[in-house]
Design a binder for this molecule. Structure first.
Ligand code: ADP
Ligand code: MG
Length: 700
C-alpha cells in the first residue's frame, strides 16, 4: 500500500463535514450522479431538458446588466448557436470565454429568451484534438469550498492505494449473483462510457446492488454480534414451575390462540435462561398481548422475582392494573399501582412496598422508573407500546434492576466491540408493540432484539366495516350513532388531532365543542368526554362508566389511541380522519371489532383532500391487516418518519433502501447466519471493512 498523500488541514475539515474521516471512507463516498463528457453532441441535436456536452467557437461575449449583471456568450458550431449565461463569474472566466476561443461546454439545455441556452455550464478550452473522457464524470456530494476535482482526485488515490480484495468468498458471490467488490467500486466511481447513467443514478446497477448487499450484510452481522454479546450478560434464570401460570390458564374464559401459545413458549424459554431476554412482542391491535404479558409476569413471580409492568399513558397502565388484578388477585398476588398522579403519600407507600419486596408486581407509568423507586429483586420488566418510549428510557430501565454479581470475563471482542466488563445481573425485558412494523424494518431496526409475532386474532371477531364519509354528511353519521346506541351498542367519537403549537388547547377546545354538539344532537344518549387534560381520577371515572355501559357514546381525543378495551363498543367515528397518520387510524379502528357484534368505523373527512391524505384514506379503507398497512405506510413516508426520528436506527443505512431492497435484506440476513456459522473469519473480515476499518486516519 502506498503512503497516503498529504491533505491540507482545511480540506480535512471539509472532508470531516462530509463524514469522511478515514481513507477507507473515501472509497464509500459514492457519486450522486454523473456527467457524460465521453462524447460531443452537435448543437443542432441539443434539445431543451437534455444535459449535453457541446463544442464550438465563442462569437460574442458581453456583460449585460439587465435583468441583472451577467456574462452572456454565444457559442457557434457551424451554423448552429447556443447562448451561455453566467450570473456569477470571475474575470478569469471572462477571459476564457473571449471571442474567438474554442471551448467545450457541458450543462442542461433550456429554452431562453434568445433561443437555446445553458446557464452556468461547465466550460473548458478545447480544440479538435482534445481527447474526450473515457468514463462518465462522477459528481459527488460535497460541501462549500471542496471542488469536485479535488474530491475526485482524493477518491481516485484511495481507489489505487487501498487494496480492494473481496471480503466474500467466490461461491457466495456466485450463488447470490453478486458482482466483485473492487470492480463494483471502480465502476461506480469511474463508469465506462457505455454504462447507463440512469441505472447508476437509480441505484439499480449490479455494482450498486453489491454495495448495498455489503452494507446490509455488515448491519446484519454487527447485530448478530451484539446479540451474542448479550449472551455474555447475566440475568436471573427464571424457569417455569407451572404453578401460577397453569392456574391462570385454567381460569381464563378463553383458550390461547395458536399464535399466543407459540409466543408464550418463546418467552417462557428465554426467561429460563441465565442471560437477559430482550424480546419484542409484536401483535396487531386486539391480538391479545396482555394475557401473554401476564403469563410472563407469573413465571418470574413463581421464581420469587419482582416484575415491573409499564405503559406509556395512565389510562393504559390503569387498564392493565385492573385486568391483571382481576386475573392475579385470585391467585394471591396483589399488584401495586404507581403513577405520577398519585399523592405523595401514596407514592411513598407504593415505593416502600416495591423496595421491601412486599409486592412482586408493580404496574404503572414511567413513574415506576424514577430514581426514588428502588426494586428489591427485579427479574422482569414489561413495557407496553414500547415505541412510545425513547431508546434512553429503555436503557434506564435496564439499569434499574441491575445488581452486582461479581466478576465476569473481560475478553476483548474480535471485531473491536466493547470489552465485556459485565459484573452485574440485569432484568429480562419484554417489550410489546401494536405498531405493526414491516418485516424489513423490524429486521433492521429491532435486530438487536428477538421478535415474537402474534399473527392471528382471537376467534369470534367479526370484521370491521370501514366507511369513508364526507363531513358534509355529518348529520347522517349522527343518525348512525343514535341507531347503534339505541340498539344497545356503544360508540366512540374521536376528535381531530391538531398539530399547531398550542395543540393541546385547540384539541381540548375541539373535544369540548364536539361533545356539546353531540349532546345536543343526541339528547336521548348519555355522552361522556375524555381528554388528556382531565384530572386522572375523572378520566378514570369516565372510562369506567363507558366500560360499564353507563355511557352510550364516548367523545375522546386521541387519549384512547392505545390499548383501550371495551368489547361492547362497535362503532367508531373518527372526525377529520384526513389529518391522521395510517398507524394512528389503524390503532383507533382497532378499538372496535372486539366483541361479537358487527362493527363499523366511519372516517369523516373534510374536503378538499391533499394527495397524501387521499392515499392514506384509500389504504386504510382497503386494508385491515396491520402489517400490510404498515408496509404501505413505509412506502408513503419512508422509514425515518415511520419510526420517528429519535429511534430511526435505519438512518444508519446509507446505500440500501428498505422500501426497495427487501430481497437484498433477506439475502443478507440468511448470509449473515451462514457466515457466522460456517466461515466466521469471512464475517470478521467483512465487519472489519464496514465497521471497524477505522484506524487508517486521513493525514495532514
Ligand atoms: P392487545 O394485543 O391489543 O393488547 P388485548 O390483550 O387487550 O389486545 O386483548 C384484546 C381482547 O381480546 C381482550 O378483551 C382479551 O381478553 C381478549 N383475548 C385475548 N386473547 C384471547 C383469546 N385467545 N380468545 C379470546 N379472547 C381473547
Ligand atoms: Mg394492549
Amino acid at each position: 500500500m502506498s503512503t497516503p498523500s498529504k491533505i491540507s488541514p482545511t480540506t480535512l475539515a471539509k472532508l470531516a463535514k462530509l463524514g469522511i474521516h478515514h481513507r477507507a471512507d473515501l472509497l464509500l463516498h459514492l457519486p450522486l450522479r454523473y456527467e457524460d463528457e465521453t462524447h460531443l453532441t452537435p448543437i443542432a441535436d441539443a434539445q431543451p431538458g437534455m444535459t449535453v456536452q457541446v463544442q464550438g467557437v465563442i462569437t460574442h461575449s458581453e456583460v449585460m446588466f439587465r435583468p441583472r449583471r451577467s456574462l452572456v456568450c454565444r457559442l457557434m458550431e457551424g451554423h448552429e448557436e447556443l447562448t451561455l449565461r453566467f450570473l456569477n463569474f470571475y474575470p478569469s472566466q471572462q477571459k476564457q470565454l473571449a471571442v474567438g476561443k474554442q471551448i467545450r461546454a457541458i450543462g442542461e439545455v433550456r429554452m431562453g429568451y434568445f433561443g437555446l441556452e445553458m446557464v452556468h455550464p461547465k466550460c473548458r478550452a478545447a480544440d479538435d484534438d482534445t481527447p474526450l473522457q473515457q468514463s462518465l464524470t462522477p459528481i459527488y456530494p460535497t460541501t462549500a469550498g471542496l471542488a469536485q476535482p479535488v474530491l475526485r482526485k482524493l477518491i481516485n488515490n484511495a481507489l489505487e492505494s487501498i487494496p480492494l480484495t473481496d471480503t466474500l468468498p467466490a461461491p457466495l458471490l456466485k450463488k447470490l449473483k453478486l458482482a466483485d467488490f473492487g470492480d463494483s467500486l471502480r465502476l461506480l466511481h469511474n463508469p465506462e462510457a457505455d454504462v447507463s447513467a440512469t441505472e447508476l443514478e437509480a441505484h439499480n446497477h449490479a455494482a450498486w446492488r453489491r454495495i448495498k448487499f455489503d452494507e446490509l450484510l455488515a448491519q446484519q452481522l454487527s447485530m448478530r454480534v451484539h446479540h451474542r454479546e448479550r449472551s455474555k450478560r447475566i440475568a436471573p434464570a427464571l424457569p417455569p414451575h407451572q404453578k401460577f401460570t397453569t392456574a391462570l390458564l385454567k381460569k381464563l374464559p378463553f383458550k390461547l390462540t395458536g399464535a399466543q401459545q407459540k409466543v408464550w413458549q418463546e418467552i417462557a424459554h428465554d426467561l429460563s435462561q441465565a442471560h437477559p431476554m430482550q424480546r419484542l412482542l409484536l401483535g396487531d391491535v386486539g391480538s391479545g398481548k396482555t394475557i401473554v404479558a401476564a403469563l410472563a409476569a407469573l413465571q418470574a413471580i413463581e421464581n420469587g422475582y419482582q416484575v415491573a409492568f409499564m405503559a406509556p399513558t395512565e389510562i393504559l397502565a390503569e387498564q392493565h392494573y385492573l385486568k391483571l388484578s382481576e386475573w392475579l388477585v385470585p391467585l394471591g398476588i396483589t399488584p401495586v399501582w404507581l403513577s405520577g398522579s398519585l399523592k405523595k403519600k401514596e407514592k411513598t407507600a407504593a415505593a416502600e412496598r416495591i423496595a421491601t419486596g412486599d409486592t412482586l408486581l408493580a404496574i404503572g407509568t414511567h413513574a415506576l422508573f424514577q430514581a426514588s423507586v428502588e426494586f428489591n429483586k427485579l427479574g422482569l420488566v414489561i413495557v407496553d407500546e414500547q415505541h412510545k418510549f425513547g431508546v434512553q428510557q429503555r436503557l434506564e430501565l435496564r439499569n434499574k434492576g441491575k445488581e452486582n454479581v461479581g466478576r465476569v470475563s473481560t475478553r476483548q471482542d474480535s471485531v473491536g466491540l466493547k470489552p465485556d466488563l459485565q459484573t452485574t445481573s440485569e432484568p429480562h425485558q419484554l417489550m410489546m408493540s401494536a405498531t405493526p412494523i414491516p418485516r424489513t424494518l423490524a429486521m433492521s431496526y429491532y435486530a438487536d432484539l428477538d421478535v415474537s409475532v402474534i399473527d392471528e386474532l382471537p376467534p369470534g371477531r367479526t370484521p370491521i366495516v370501514t366507511k369513508l364519509v364526507s363531513d358534509a354528511r355529518r348529520d347522517e353519521v349522527f343518525e348512525r350513532v343514535r341507531a347503534a346506541c339505541l340498539a344497545g351498542r356503544q360508540a366512540y367519537w374521536v376528535c381531530p388531532l391538531i398539530e399547531e403549537s398550542d395543540a393541546m388547547e385547540v384539541e381540548l377546545q375541539n373535544a369540548i365543542e364536539t361533545h356539546q354538539q353531540l349532546t345536543e344532537a343526541l339528547p336521548e344518549l348519555n355522552v361522556g368526554l375524555a381528554h388528556g387534560r382531565l384530572p386522572p381520577a375523572e378520566k378514570a371515572a369516565v372510562m369506567a362508566a363507558f366500560k360499564a355501559g353507563e355511557l352510550h357514546l364516548l367523545v375522546a381525543t386521541t387519549v384512547i389511541e392505545v390499548g383501550v378495551d371495551v368489547p361492547n363498543a362497535s362503532l367508531m367515528v373518527i372526525d377529520h380522519a384526513e389529518r391522521m397518520g395510517l398507524a394512528q387510524l389503524h390503532q383507533l379502528r382497532g378499538r372496535v371489532g372486539r366483541g361479537a357484534a358487527e362493527s363499523m368505523c366511519v372516517l369523516l373527512f373534510m374536503q378538499p383532500l391533499s394527495e397524501l391524505a387521499r392515499e392514506r384514506l384509500k389504504v386504510i379503507y382497503e386494508n385491515t391487516d396491520g402489517f400490510v398497512i404498515a408496509q404501505q405506510d413505509l412506502q408513503l413516508r419512508g422509514p425515518g418518519e415511520l419510526l420517528g426520528a429519535r429511534q430511526s436506527g435505519v438512518a444508519m443505512l446509507r446505500f440500501a433502501d428498505l422500501t426497495e431492497d427487501e430481497d437484498l435484506l433477506e439475502q443478507a440476513r440468511l448470509s449473515a447466519d451462514e457466515l457466522l456459522r460456517d466461515a466466521p473469519e469471512v464475517a470478521r473480515a467483512h465487519l472489519h471493512r464496514w465497521m471497524a476499518n477505522k484506524h487508517d486516519f486521513l493525514q495532514v
